[in-house]
Design a protein around this ligand. Structure first.
Ligand SMILES: [Zn+2]
Length: 90
């Protein structure tokens, strides 16, 4: 076993340097991005959620995204990143 140190390659130059996503600077980071999850965890010692991903956004942008995420079944207030996998039995 190695010592568990994680190699995290920086995102490509044309991608967001925070989440490695391809989005406008005024859009939220991709909270579901593996890069964002890992790098945020390393910096802050906890997993990021959409509130972290939207911290740099305007109130309008934040409201828009929160509504979209809630419509998808994501409990943004509770810190959920993905909609719960419910309703899938077998
Ligand atoms: Zn980003």
């Amino acid at each position: 076993m190695e010592n568990g140190t994680m190699m995290l390659l920086p995102p490509r130059d044309d991608l967001c340097q925070v989440c490695a996503g391809n989005h406008e600077p005024n859009w939220p980071h991709n909270a579901q991005s593996m890069y964002y999850q890992v790098s945020f965890q390393m910096q802050h010692g906890r997993a990021p959620n959409w509130n972290d991903a939207m911290e740099h956004c305007s109130d309008e942008m934040r409201q828009l995204w929160t509504e979209e995420l809630v419509a998808l079944g994501v409990d943004v207030e509770a810190g959920q990143v993905n909609p719960p996998k419910s309703g899938v039995s077998s």
